[in-house]
Design a binder for this molecule. Structure first.
Ligand SMILES: [Zn+2]
Length: 309
C-alpha cells in the first residue's frame, strides 16, 4: 500500500510529497523494518533495491511477519532533476536531520521522515557513492553505535563493515539521528553515482532477507550470506592525487594489490606527459576507486583495505 509520509506545499501550488510502500505480513505491529534511500538525488543504486525488494516481498507475503516500509525517494526533487542536494536550497539533505517542525520546509520534511521511521526494529539507509568514486558493497557504522549494530550488520551480505571513529561522525545525518533515538540504522554504501549496479543490488536484497530472518520477520530459513570483513579506520589507507590532470587507472576496482604497486597515472593530455604515478601505500583490497577521470590536487583516488586479507 502506498502511503504518504509527510508533505509540504511548494510556492506555485505543487506539493512535495514523501511516500513509502508499506508491505504487511502477519502480526503487522510486531516488527517493522524501514528501507530508506534517495536522500542524495544522484545516487540511484537504491532505486533498483527498492523496486526489486518490493517484488520479492510481495511474492513472499504469506511468509512475512510484521511490516516492511520501503521509502524509495527521501529527496524526490533531487532524483527527478539529477541533483545531489535539495534543488533550490543548495543543501545536502543528509545534513538537516533530525529536522524541526518550526524551521524551513525541508527541516519540516526531515522531521516528518524521522517521526515516521522512529521506533522501527531496524532501518537500512542505502547510499551509492557519488559520481566520482566506485565503492564495494559496505556498511558504515559509527563507533558509538557499533555494539548495537554489528550483530545485525553481519547478516546484511555486504563485503565489508567499516567501523568509523566517533571523531568523524556527522551528527546531522539521518542515521545518526535515528541511532540516537534508539532506532538501529545501518548505512549501506555501494556502487557509483548515477548508475545502477544490479549485482550489488541483488547482493543487498539477499542480505535484507537474511536480516529479516534474524528478526523473525520471514518464516523461511535464512539465506546463506558470506561473512564480511570487519575493519576500523586503522586498516584503511587513503591515496590522494598530488597533481591535477586526468586519472588513468592501472588496476581494477575490487582488485587486491601489493604495497608499492602502481595504481594509476595522472596524465597531462596537453603535453602527453605524466604528472604523477600513484603507488599503493599498503597491500590489500581496493574497495574505493576513482571513477571520474578529472582530478585536482587532493582528490581521493583510492582507499585500500589493508591488514588480514
Ligand atoms: Zn548518499
Amino acid at each position: 500500500m502506498i502511503e504518504e509520509v509527510v508533505s509540504a506545499h511548494l510556492p506555485v501550488g505543487e506539493t512535495l510529497r514523501i511516500q513509502k510502500n508499506r508491505i504487511e505480513g502477519a502480526e503487522p505491529k510486531k516488527r517493522r523494518l524501514a528501507i530508506v534511500t534517495g536522500t542524495h538525488g544522484d545516487e540511484l543504486e537504491g532505486q533498483y533495491v527498492a523496486w526489486q525488494l518490493a517484488r520479492v516481498l510481495k511474492k513472499r507475503q504469506p511468509l512475512l511477519r510484521g511490516t516492511v516500509d520501503i521509502y524509495p525517494a527521501l529527496n524526490p526533487l533531487g532524483i527527478s532533476t539529477i541533483y545531489r542536494g535539495l534543488p533550490g536550497f543548495d543543501l545536502d539533505m543528509n545534513r538537516i536531520f533530525p529536522g524541526s517542525s518550526e524551521e524551513t520546509m525541508y527541516e519540516y520534511i526531515a522531521g516528518g521522515i524521522i517521526e515516521d521511521i522512529a521506533g522501527a526494529d531496524l532501518c537500512i539507509d542505502i547510499h551509492a557513492s557519488n559520481i566520482f568514486l566506485r565503492e564495494i558493497p559496505q556498511v558504515r557504522i559509527n563507533e558509538q553505535s557499533a555494539e548495537m549494530l554489528l550483530p545485525l550488520a553481519k547478516f546484511l551480505n555486504m563485503n565489508f563493515l567499516w567501523v568509523h571513529s566517533a571523531a568523524t561522525v556527522l551528527e546531522s545525518t539521518l542515521a545518526y539521528s535515528l541511532n540516537s533515538l534508539g532506532t538501529p540504522t545501518l548505512v549501506v554504501e555501494m556502487g557509483v553515482g548515477m548508475r545502477i549496479t544490479k549485482s550489488y543490488g541483488d547482493q543487498l536484497i539477499t542480505g535484507i532477507l537474511s536480516v529479516m530472518s534474524q528478526l523473525f520477520m520471514l518464516e523461511e530459513p535464512c539465506p546463506p550470506v558470506a561473512p564480511p570483513i570487519v575493519s576500523t579506520d586503522g586498516n584503511v589507507a587513503f591515496v590522494n592525487a598530488n597533481a591535477s590532470g586526468i586519472f588513468i587507472p592501472r588496476v581494477r576496482h575490487e582488485e587486491r594489490v601489493e604495497e608499492g604497486q602502481l595504481l594509476g597515472l595522472i596524465a597531462d593530455p596537453l603535453s602527453g606527459g605524466v604528472r604523477e604515478e600513484l603507488h599503493s601505500p599498503a597491500s590489500g583490497l581496493i574497495f574505493t576507486l576513482r571513477e571520474y577521470p578529472v582530478v585536482n590536487e587532493g582528490s581521493l583516488i583510492a582507499r585500500i583495505l589493508g591488514g588480514a586479507l
